[in-house]
Design a binder for this molecule. Structure first.
Ligand code: HEC
Length: 135
């Protein structure tokens, strides 16, 4: 009986350590997730968006966010668009990061990305471009 008991104590100690490490991992993941989605949850005013940029954000959330992260550099089905206009070249295609090229990609699509010239009005695309400049 004492032998069995000490074995049990040993096991519960190991379990406690495992449990602690697991909790730490879960906590770290949660903190990470909250940090990443914090900007996404911010209001237009908190992000300092103009009316046009804010309506571009609506378009983005409806059509683009499922494939492109706006505020984290994590890739989804498509590359992250965080800071898309802040670099001279687009990360995936290597094309110049300017309104002309990005506008073309949005209107006509590229490889697995569909084109949006039918789904979106020229005004919506302009708004979307204005929002992309804020990322
Ligand atoms: C079904 C997923 C999907 C959707 C929805 C989508 N895209 Fe894409 N997008 C992609 C993929 C995949 C690529 C990479 C294409 C390639 O191979 O060059 C891409 C590329 C891009 C690029 C060029 C990035 C680079 O680094 O070359 C831009 C800009 C872009 N998308 C903007 C948008 C915008 C704005 C929307 C919303 C109107 C949108 N995408 C919707 C999948 C998507």
């Amino acid at each position: 009986m004492p032998l069995k008991r000490s074995f049990f104590t040993f096991r519960s100690k190991v379990n406690y350590q495992k449990c602690f490490m697991l909790s730490c991992t879960i906590l770290a993941c949660m903190v990470g997730m909250i940090a990443c989605s914090a900007e996404r949850l911010k209001s237009d005013a908190e992000l300092g968006l103009t009316a046009q940029q804010a309506s571009g954000r609506r378009v983005y959330d409806a059509y683009c966010i499922r494939c492109h992260e706006p505020y984290s550099s994590k890739g989804k089905q498509g590359p992250s668009l965080k800071g898309v206009f802040k670099k001279p070249y687009l990360s995936e295609s290597g094309m110049p990061a300017n309104d002309e090229r990005v506008g073309e990609i949005i209107r006509y699509g590229r490889s697995k990305m569909p084109g949006y010239s039918q789904a979106l009005t020229p005004q919506q695309i302009d708004d979307l471009m204005a929002y992309l400049h804020t990322l």
